[in-house]
Design a protein around this ligand. Structure first.
Ligand code: ZN
Length: 341
């Protein structure tokens, strides 16, 4: 008999008081379930460090009790540590279709795809691990296919919201939060709520994605030469809005940055993004077209290192005399995006 019988433990291995390497563990009797396994990008004080990942020593010491890794969504700070985790603990990974697409890219890079057990789930899935039953609910966030999780334990319900915002008019209807299911779970009773907290201290609501679409279209219509945009690569609904604006204004779109290309490929292939045939062009062909026929989409990222590096890939496409101007412009765009304007 386990010494842990009838004790419910919940602990974070990352993501508290920091942005990055999100990872929670829920433990009951002989079972440990992991939620998310993110990475964190190093700051200037950590020269020589590529990536920071959670310390999973406790999990390795209790290897046989770790039953599953459940992934709420595909942001780097929730999936970036998965290859390193699976090298030590090869447990089944449960995630939605889009999230799995992004995880697969990572596992391929680490040559782990073949030996990994990936299980596709959706908001209606029901799972059970020992005495813990698991259900999910749809939440809206800045990446498609996000889930919140309910753990039904003998001690009561534990709810993990994942990252979320309430947007009732997202770019894709199916991304709307399932408020009814959340209300039902609330009515049942919740022993503990683990809630996303980035910027939670700020009053008010995040504006709907729809507002961004309107502004983008106006900007595209008014632009007389090349358009250069930046967003987090994973923000597929924002990418869709840019595609729509480019289509309406008869511009071709070039993607820059490996993660931008990867995410767009997964999103198109799995049906989360619709791009008209012939719209995407290679970065080397940018200068073959008149400036007013091109938009350039550059990956942004939380670390943003490329913005500060001389000789970064911006130089590969920008006319050099405009380089400094473009750099300043992009920094401004990133700043506005971080402020969620
Ligand atoms: Zn997120």
């Amino acid at each position: 008999m386990s010494t842990n019988e009838n004790i419910l433990s919940i602990f974070a291995l990352g993501g508290l008081n920091e942005i990055g390497k999100n990872m929670y563990a829920i433990e009951y009797a002989d079972d440990i379930i992991i939620i998310d396994c993110g990475n964190k990008f190093p700051d200037e004080s950590l020269l020589g460090i590529d990536l920071i990942i959670p310390d999973i020593t406790y999990l390795i010491e209790n290897k046989d009790r770790v039953k599953a890794l459940l992934v709420t969504h595909g942001h780097e700070d929730h999936i970036g540590g998965i290859p390193f985790f699976l090298k030590k603990l090869n447990v089944p990974v449960y995630a939605t279709r889009f999230t799995l697409g992004l995880i697969e890219i990572k596992l391929k890079e680490h040559k782990l795809l073949r030996e990994s057990e990936l299980v596709e789930i959706n908001a209606s899935s029901k799972l059970a691990f020992g005495k813990i039953r698991v259900e999910f609910f749809r939440v809206t966030h800045s990446i498609p296919d996000c889930l919140g999780i309910v753990f039904r334990t003998p001690e009561g319900n534990v709810v993990h919201t994942g990252d979320f915002k309430f947007d009732l008019t997202p770019e894709q209807r199916e991304e709307r939060p399932d408020i009814h299911k959340m209300a039902d779970i609330g009515n049942e009773g919740v022993l503990l709520l683990l809630s996303e907290s980035t910027n939670a201290e700020r009053p008010g609501l995040t504006p709907s994605e729809q507002m961004v679409a309107d502004h983008l279209e106006v900007a595209f219509m008014n632009a007389e030469r090349k358009i250069i945009l930046s967003t987090f690569a994973s923000n597929v609904s924002r990418v869709q809005q840019v595609v729509n604006a480019a289509y309406k204004t008869n511009r071709k779109l070039a993607l820059l940055g490996r993660s931008m290309v990867n995410v767009v490929e997964v999103a198109i292939e799995r049906g989360y993004l619709t791009v008209p045939d012939g719209m995407l062009i290679d970065q080397n062909d940018i200068n073959e077209l008149p400036p007013e026929k091109v938009a350039i989409f550059v990956r942004g990222a939380k670390e943003n290192h490329w913005l500060h590096l001389p000789g970064c890939r911006l130089e590969t496409f920008a006319e050099s005399k405009f380089y400094q101007k473009i750099r300043l412009f992009l920094q401004r765009v990133q700043y506005l995006e971080m402020k969620k304007v």
